[in-house]
Design a binder for this molecule. Structure first.
Ligand SMILES: NC(=O)c1ccc[n+]([C@@H]2O[C@H](COP(=O)([O-])OP(=O)(O)OC[C@H]3O[C@@H](n4cnc5c(N)ncnc54)[C@H](O)[C@@H]3O)[C@@H](O)[C@H]2O)c1
Ligand SMILES: [Zn+2]
Length: 666
């Protein structure tokens, strides 16, 4: 094999690997810019050496794939990628090509934002959403209609003068605010935060359980119409129409009449991108006239009538002074890069997250290295690479911490987990403080008059070492503390007293059991009704509870296997904290429907649909949203959908009337 051919093959293989990491694993290992530069290198090599043509080259194909987890659907109109440009010269070249093909002197363009998410094709027939399919390899994609239906900004029914049948394309994105909230919740539950909004949006579409997708604040931004004889003449008009029919189409799009006007739009958004509620990675420029678009057509991978102008991720170069380690409330260790301060995306950055030991090893990051720092949608900036040319000659490989920086206990790492842990839960200060801070937090015991800093102070002064100690604090102990006075001390003690009324499910969440977030705590509380019953449940019992997986079950069982935890619970109980359902909560709760799954459809007479669902759950049953072979009963009211009825009959599932259902729980 010739050298050139070897090089071509190596580049193609490398890019295929990156495509796989990016589209399938949602876990890219190089920046988009680096990827684009490598792709460009391959393109140029291939152009010089047509003798090594490969129809499967990454330069000729859309990078994604279909997965085997969903129905595969062939797109009626192929979904393409976009060509990239990074400079004015690139744009001028493109314009020249367009003028030449069309044989005209001036062309109008629509400039739009390039939303950074996952592409989606929606099919509407008679104003109703019938199908949602991912881009896949461009020819075929995964049918994810059920997942897409959970997104509020996807209209299920259109309004206005929509065409009888058409496809519309858009980007599924996760707005920054929602992304931040999801991550805060994950961190509070002792889980690792998601890397960035794009990966999380794209990963969400691949979930098998649409009720999980529904919990994520995804949005769909639309940008293109496809269909036969659509009543539109320009791209700009199609955006307006789509908006009228009920789609979410950002209103910033502009018509430009020259490359200079395009660049004005580009520059504006490069500077103002941080004011948007979601991430963009550039601008998309499209020939406005649809007739012209037809004439220009497509290359093997992208339309000739459109061009992406990509922003480079905002990057800075600086020196990594020191790697330190932070200990979280669950004992999880996070390595932190302490940087020579540097200006990035409008703020001074001094620290960056290094995620875990694998990440450090993968990028071969060392102290005193010159590193590239990027800030995307992440809350904390991250290091994306090292400038190896500037590495000091006496540099040595980073040896990950072996002992806890706070209490010097040897760190542990469980099989299959990325994070190291300090196992010294009861003797390691940040874990002690973190657990108490979690206990008092708003969604947990919500203790008025007590904040995170005061907790740290109380621990430092040796007044408390666990959350049960809070209930033994006296006003006299608190008054002498820094920034405390008679009144604030009184508020604090009253706040602690009042927390004794917080219901059991929130107390359970407050205990800070790993993986037991708000939702899981509610489920467990409802199922077991008292801490006693929960303590006596084995890991196997726990797994049998609906929606409790092995990971959660083991974590719960392990928590209650520890004597120190049991002692804490005894003390909480003695102080009057709610460790079981109250009489009011217990009222109306039974196990009558345990193990049965219900689908509710139609309109009811005696109870509302929501009340009906509540009755099912309160009696131990499960409510599902769609009929499957796992459904035990369908409760049918007036106007039950004919397709649901048909499906239930086909699967031989008993259909109950409202009265029949109510008599089951009498
Ligand atoms: N870092 C990596 O390892 C890696 C690997 C593969 C791909 N990538 C990145 O992905 C890019 C190639 O990806 P691609 O083909 O998915 O897409 P792309 O991001 O280059 O452009 C095409 C996509 O842009 C989206 N888009 C957003 N707003 C749009 C708008 N207003 N109008 C039209 N389309 C809009 C559409 O989903 C469309 O499919 C590469 O250039 C690279 O930057 C990175
Ligand atoms: Zn420790």
């Amino acid at each position: 094999m010739s050298n050139i051919q070897e090089k071509l093959n190596a580049l193609r293989d490398e890019l295929r690997e990156h495509n796989y990491n990016y589209y399938i694993l949602d876990n890219a290992t190089i920046s988009d810019y680096e990827f684009d530069m490598k792709l460009k290198e391959l393109q140029e090599l291939e152009a010089k050496h047509p003798e090594f043509y490969d129809p499967n080259s990454p330069t000729l194909r859309v990078g994604g794939q279909i997965t085997k987890n969903f129905n595969t659907v062939t797109h009626e109109y192929r979904m393409y990628s976009l060509d990239n440009s990074y400079s004015k010269e690139d744009l001028l070249d493109w314009e020249k090509r367009i003028h030449k093909i069309l044989g005209v002197e001036t062309v109008e363009y629509t400039c739009e934002l390039k939303y950074d998410g996952a592409s989606m094709n929606l099919t509407y027939e008679n104003g109703v959403l019938v199908r949602a399919v991912t881009r896949g390899d461009g020819f075929q994609g995964d049918e994810v209609t059920n997942n897409i239906k959970t997104i509020n900004t996807v209209p299920l029914r259109l309004k206005g003068d929509y065409p009888p049948k058409f496809d519309i394309r858009g980007e599924i994105i996760l707005p920054l605010d929602g992304f931040k909230k999801m991550n805060e919740e994950r961190v509070a539950n002792g889980e690792e935060p998601y890397m960035n909004p794009r990966n999380t949006a794209s990963g969400s579409l691949k979930l098998q359980d649409s009720s999980e997708v529904a919990k994520r604040p995804l949005e769909c931004l639309l940008y293109s119409l496809k269909g036969e004889k659509l009543p539109i003449a320009t791209q700009f008009e199609s955006l307006q129409k789509a908006r009228e029919w009920g789609f979410k189409v950002p209103s910033v799009a502009k018509v430009a009449k020259s490359v200079d006007e395009i660049l004005e739009f580009v520059n504006h958004w490069e500077n103002h991108r941080h004011e948007l509620e979601y991430e963009i990675d550039g601008v998309v420029i499209k020939v406005n006239n649809l007739q012209y678009q037809d004439e220009l057509g497509y290359t093997s991978k992208a339309p000739r009538w459109a061009m992406a102008y990509k922003f480079k991720a905002e990057q800075a170069t600086t020196i990594l002074n020191e790697i330190t380690y932070q200990v979280g409330r669950t004992g999880a260790i996070t390595p932190v890069a302490n940087l020579e301060p540097v200006l990035l995306a409008g703020t001074t950055v001094k620290r960056a997250s290094l995620h875990n030991a694998d990440q450090i090893a993968k990028l071969d990051i060392r102290e005193r290295d010159t590193v590239f720092v990027e800030k995307g949608g992440e809350i904390i900036p991250k290091i994306v690479g090292v400038n190896f040319d500037l590495r000091p000659a006496d540099s040595t490989e980073t040896v990950y911490a072996t002992h806890c920086p706070e209490c010097n206990t040897p760190l542990e790492r469980k099989e299959g987990e990325a994070q190291h842990y300090c196992p010294n839960a009861t003797g390691c200060t940040p874990q002690i403080v973190g657990r108490i801070q979690h206990f008092i937090s708003r969604k947990a015991m919500d203790i008025d008059g007590l904040g995170g800093e005061t907790v740290a102070l109380l621990v430092k002064e040796g007044l408390i070492t666990n959350y049960a100690d809070l209930y033994e604090l006296t006003k006299e102990q608190i008054i002498p503390l820094e920034r405390m006075a008679e009144k604030s001390a009184e508020n604090l003690v009253n706040g602690i007293e009042a927390s004794k009324n917080i219901p059991f499910e929130r107390v359970l969440y407050a205990l800070g059991i790993r993986y037991v977030g708000e939702t899981v705590a509610k489920k467990l509380a409802k199922h077991y009704k008292s801490i006693e019953a929960l303590i006596n449940a084995s890991s196997d019992d726990l797994v049998a509870v609906d929606e409790i997986g092995v990971k959660i079950a083991e974590s719960v069982a392990q928590f209650f296997a520890e004597d120190t935890n049991l002692q804490l619970i005894e003390r909480l109980k003695a102080h009057g904290v709610q460790l079981e359902f109250s009489a009011a909560q217990l009222e109306g709760l039974t196990d009558t429907l345990a193990g049965q799954s219900f689908v509710v459809s139609g309109v009811f007479e005696k109870v509302s649909r929501n009340e009906l669902k509540k009755l099912i759950e309160n009696n131990g049953g499960k409510v599902a949203s769609s009929i499957s072979s796992k459904t035990s009963y369908v409760v049918a009211g007036d106007k039950m959908g004919p397709s649901k009825r048909e499906k239930a009959e086909k699967l031989n599932i008993t259909i109950l009337t409202e009265d029949e259902f109510l008599s089951m729980i009498q």
